[in-house]
Design a protein around this ligand. Sequence first.
Ligand SMILES: Cc1cc2nc3c(=O)[nH]c(=O)nc-3n(C[C@H](O)[C@H](O)[C@H](O)COP(=O)(O)O)c2cc1C
Length: 213
Amino acid sequence: MMKVLMLNGSFNPDGSTNAGLEIMAKTFAAEGVDSEIVTVGAKPVADCIACGKCKDLGRCVFAGDAVNEFAAKAKDAEGFVFGTPVYYAHPSGRVLSFLDRLFFSSRLADNYAAFRHKPVASIVVARRAGTSAAYDVMNKYAGIAQMLCVGSTYWNDFHALVKDDVPHDGEGVQTLQNLARNMVYVMKCIKAGREAGIVPPVADDSVITNFVR
Ligand SMILES: Cc1cc2nc3c(=O)[nH]c(=O)nc-3n(C[C@H](O)[C@H](O)[C@H](O)COP(=O)(O)O)c2cc1C
């Protein structure tokens, strides 16, 4: 069975972000796709310290949170959803620390092997404003890791102060359900392509230039 691995970037395992992910999980289940939610949690999440140890270890050097658990599960996932509440018009600080370490360690360990050429969508929830700014930030991980960013019938946002508000945002709920179906469609296309012998391209990835040398 195909599987989507989802991340709840709130401290709250049972808040609005989780409610949005659960809506998607229900749609995935109706489409015959398995899903799992990993929650960032309320404990402090270390930021990336650029130690580079992930290159030798094959995982992030910090072991006290769910980053390495998520990375291990990512290998067997066909798609991803990254969810976050909006804080001051950006994603939660903890989800950014989480994703920075997840993606940087994945890059140094094996050039994003668990993520590249797989579909991903970010979803963001706010009481009122800041969703599109937060959405922009969340989507930037996809672009650098050769992931396929999936859209819906609106930018992937919904509105709630608390989880009980979520069902009242009818358009938000539809956006999440349509997004889940679009993800399933992309995952099925990739699977069918692989079975027909269409394999992902090998990237030119040996030249590194920056602005001073
Ligand atoms: C520190 C903080 C900052 C917030 N900033 C915003 C904001 O900029 N715009 C907004 O509409 N809601 C803001 N909110 C409200 C949350 O986005 C909203 O309550 C959301 O549903 C929480 O999701 P959760 O239950 O998954 O944590 C903020 C909440 C907190 C705690």
